[in-house]
Design a protein around this ligand. Structure first.
Ligand SMILES: NC(=O)c1ccc[n+]([C@@H]2O[C@H](COP(=O)([O-])OP(=O)(O)OC[C@H]3O[C@@H](n4cnc5c(N)ncnc54)[C@H](OP(=O)(O)O)[C@@H]3O)[C@@H](O)[C@H]2O)c1
Length: 285
């Protein structure tokens, strides 16, 4: 594997940052690119940059991820998530190299309580989810691809639910949090290890990858406050009461049997991941 050269987009996002860190840790040659280095929407620049750097793999983490804002800025979101992905995919096709693309639990409409299997029917409910699914359709035309659907991501480099809860705990005694959306929080550190294992193989296809266990946002918040010793009252509210701009699925449970069937290790539990994440943030647990 010494000839590997991995190009990672979205280096200053949560996942891209940790993936580059893990690649370096494994002594895998890599280039992490930010929007400044490589704006994925600029087709000509993407073409030239990839032809010049000649990667053996592209791990595509750059995306528009502001889910609610996408409802008002749908064309910009589409440009980044669909056209940007197409620009990258075209080059992967031309160089005949694998593309690793991240999608979301939000591609599912989210009825019932059964975890979604990789080939379950999708029903994206909001602009962001539709663009991520359209990205999947582009990537799935390639010969060599991994589509990895992930959910409720937290990592050291960027904003996320855990950091928001820690911030809010500094001046609130009680918080209203959605308790009828069920899914799995996912630590980018754990995901990065899996992604680095995956690129060593040719086990292409669609995967679901999250930390183990299911919870609601309200219960996730309770666990955060418990671990950081903050006495905050969490009041569970419904999705309808919270009334976010973008519609989200209530059932975000993902079935991870595609990982197991292909010989990959399941990630640790989300509670274990949260412990390690708080330590990474230098918070005693
Ligand atoms: N976060 C979640 O909960 C979650 C859940 C499911 C799936 N995902 C997917 O997982 C992947 C990684 O997510 P993440 O949480 O790491 O996202 P993130 O922290 O928001 O990072 C995304 C990065 O993409 C960059 N970017 C945006 N537009 C760009 C452009 N035109 N050219 C180049 N770079 C651009 C952003 O740069 P700027 O900082 O300059 O804008 C940002 O650094 C994404 O595909 C996302 O859709 C995330």
């Amino acid at each position: 594997m010494s000839k590997m050269k991995v190009l990672v987009t979205g280096y200053n996002g949560q996942l891209g940052y940790d993936i580059v860190r893990e690649l370096k840790h494994r002594n895998i040659n890599c280039i992490g690119t930010t929007r400044e280095d490589l704006d994925i929407v600029d087709k000509e620049k993407v073409t030239l940059y990839i032809k010049k750097t000649k990667p053996t793999h592209i791990i595509h983490c750059a995306a528009w991820t502001k889910v609610d804002k996408a409802e008002d800025e749908s064309s910009l979101c589409r440009k980044i998530n669909v056209n940007g992905t197409e620009n990258i995919a075209t080059m992967c096709d031309e160089l005949n190299i694998p593309l690793i693309y991240f999608s979301t639990d939000y591609v599912f409409g989210g009825n019932g309580e059964t975890p979604h299997k990789v080939d379950d029917k999708v029903n994206p409910l909001c602009v962001y989810a539709k663009t991520k699914y359209d990205g999947e359709l582009i990537v799935s035309k390639l010969k060599k691809y991994f589509i990895i659907r992930i959910s409720w991501v937290f990592g050291i480099n960027g904003n996320n639910f855990v950091k928001t809860m820690i911030k809010l705990s500094q001046d609130k005694n009680e918080l209203k949090i959605v308790d009828d959306q069920i899914g799995s929080p996912t630590y980018t550190y754990d995901l990065s290890k899996l992604v680095c294992d995956m690129i060593m193989t040719e086990k292409y296809g669609v995967y679901h990858a999250t930390n183990e266990g299911f919870t609601s946002w309200a219960n996730f918040a309770k666990e955060i406050f418990k671990k950081i010793n903050k006495n905050i009252k969490v009041i569970g509210i419904s999705t309808e009461e919270y009334n976010a701009k973008a519609k989200r699925p209530k059932n975000s449970r993902l079935d991870k049997s595609s990982l197991v069937n292909n010989g990959f290790k399941l990630l640790p539990s989300w509670q274990d991941a949260l412990d390690r994440y708080l330590k990474e943030l230098n918070i005693e647990v």
